[in-house]
Design a protein around this ligand. Structure first.
Ligand SMILES: Cc1cc2nc3c(=O)[nH]c(=O)nc-3n(C[C@H](O)[C@H](O)[C@H](O)COP(=O)(O)OP(=O)(O)OC[C@H]3O[C@@H](n4cnc5c(N)ncnc54)[C@H](O)[C@@H]3O)c2cc1C
Length: 464
């Protein structure tokens, strides 16, 4: 292995870091995770050819691989014990195609890189990205919900093409017309197919944006959510609210926005009832879209790190049943009140979903949870590893309890979980995805993700 490592170092032009070398600890630190894997090496390819080279060497040397981008998946799948972590962070190329109205971003670009670039090049044009500056390309592989999603769909619904490196080192353009099976699968199928080295995103005008953040006392949770429930058919509306424990006590932290063409005064009037909910902070209206995209960053970066985390999510449908929705809010709030006190950074969130996401048929891409009208998350985050088992057990029990509510559906959002069986995320699309996986990655080289293989596929690789 020593000799071939030297040969690999010569062939591979990018950075390589081994344990105990400078940069290793930074490259293997995850801000949030339950795991702390120690890869045998971290490599930074600079282009798809070097990605293929890294994959070739890893397979020759028998090293399991993982792929790291922003490192934000709380499951910790970006790293792999005693294997090779392929860090896409040195592939940062960005270019605009004005004719197609798209931006092409290499896989190392974080949200903030893409937003800054389109803003500088085109003014008020942006891709459908989420809310935290440091999130990476994993977001776009598993759906990708952002403030434009109810209006324009998920990030995957607005991809025009991707570049994919397969386990056997092929570099493929994947789009509606090139490799159409992979095009179907890569939109939601995530990290199971290969390494995506570039994404081409459709761009949208963001000049009608109106929004900001709000902090309400915890006891206004029901009132706020009932207010949003009344407005749920307005697909220009964006509402995400977090129940959060903060040093100042428990609060409801809200991102609220509206994309409509109404006047500022009309939008102010729409949200006026919130002013009666005793807000401790109200900044809606103060931000333009690009400022809004950055408002979560200071909170995120001020938190202690590394943090333990176990994230899961569920879906609601049938919101026209008002009594049912109210009883879900009661059940959810009860869970909130029973989160163990040792979970110092407890977070639970409710997002208004649906809109344009539901307009795409379920079978059109691998992404399945299209019927969801509201998404709920259970995202406990804590510091002390000694309470890991207690918090995980609590969260699983709470998820099972909430999933038994009449409005709950057996569907989860992969970007907010990854701990459950593939059926939860892929439902009726699992069989097709599994067949594509068997063709493109028969040896299951890309294994640090939800296992989408059929029973036969699992047996074939394990030899069982
Ligand atoms: C602060 C914060 C804010 C968030 N905000 C949002 C939001 O607004 N909307 C939303 O939908 N989600 C959001 N998420 C969830 C986020 O989208 C997921 O955690 C996502 O998986 C993170 O991607 P990453 O590249 O940062 O993480 P990583 O841990 O690096 O990657 C996640 C997974 O994707 C794989 N992967 C990453 N890049 C590639 C690639 N190029 N090719 C193949 N596989 C790859 C990794 O191996 C891993 O399995 C947020 C998470 C955090 C922590």
């Amino acid at each position: 292995m020593e000799a071939s490592l030297e040969a690999f170092k010569r062939r591979f032009g990018g950075r390589i870091v081994l344990p105990a070398e400078a940069g290793y600890e930074k490259a293997t630190k995850l801000d949030i995770s339950l795991e702390s894997a120690r890869p045998a090496m971290v490599v930074w390819p600079r282009n798809p050819e070097e990605v293929a080279e890294a994959l070739r060497y890893a397979q020759e040397a028998g090293l399991p691989i993982s792929v790291r981008s922003g490192g934000h998946a709380a499951s910790g799948q970006a790293l792999v014990d005693k294997g090779m972590t392929i860090h896409v962070g040195d592939m940062k190329g960005l270019s605009i195609n004005r004719e197609r109205g798209t931006v092409r971003a290499q896989a190392g670009c974080l949200f903030s890189d893409i937003d800054k670039f389109t803003h500088a090049e085109l003014g008020s044009k942006a891709a459908v990205l989420g809310f935290a500056d440091t999130v990476g390309s994993g977001y776009a592989l598993y759906g990708g919900f952002g403030s434009m999603s109810r209006k324009h769909g998920l990030c995957i619904d607005n991809l025009v093409s991707v570049e994919l490196v397969t386990a056997d080192g092929r570099i493929l353009n994947v789009s509606e017309t090139e490799n159409p099976d992979l095009w179907w699968a890569v939109r939601g199928g995530g990290a199971t197919l290969g390494i995506v080295t570039a994404f081409e995103h459709r761009l949208f005008d963001v000049s009608t944006f109106y929004g900001g953040s709000i902090i309400l006392p915890e006891n206004r949770f029901h009132e706020y959510n009932r207010f949003i429930h009344q407005l749920r058919h307005d697909n220009d509306l964006v509402s995400i609210n977090y129940l959060m424990r903060t040093p100042q006590g428990p609060v409801v932290f809200i991102f609220l926005a509206h994309w409509g063409s109404q006047s500022r005064a009309e939008k102010e009037a729409l949200f006026a009832p919130i002013q009666k909910m005793a807000p401790m902070q109200y900044t809606v209206g103060q931000y333009d879209y690009f400022q809004f995209q950055g408002i979560f960053a200071p909170i995120w970066h001020s938190l202690p790190s590394p943090r333990r985390a176990y994230w899961t999510s569920g879906s609601l449908k049938g919101l026209e049943n008002e009594a049912g929705f109210n009883s879900f809010l009661d059940a959810y709030f009860e869970v909130w009140k029973s989160v163990p006190p040792s979970v110092v950074m407890a977070v639970m969130n409710i997002e208004l979903y649906g809109g344009a996401i539901r307009n795409v048929p379920r079978q059109a891409t691998a992404y399945w949870p299209r019927e969801t009208e509201m998404l709920f998350g259970l995202m406990p985050t804590w510091l002390d590893p000694a309470i890991d088992a207690e918090v995980v057990a609590f969260t699983r029990k709470a998820k099972a309890h909430l999933s038994s509510h009449p409005l709950a559906m057996p569907e989860g959002y992969l970007n907010f979980s990854m701990h459950e069986e593939a059926e939860v995320y892929y439902g009726g699309n699992l069989e097709r995805l599994s067949a594509i996986k068997a063709q493109i990655d028969p040896k299951n080289i890309f294994h640090r993700c939800v296992d989408v293989r059929s029973k036969q596929g699992k047996k074939a690789v394990s030899g069982a």
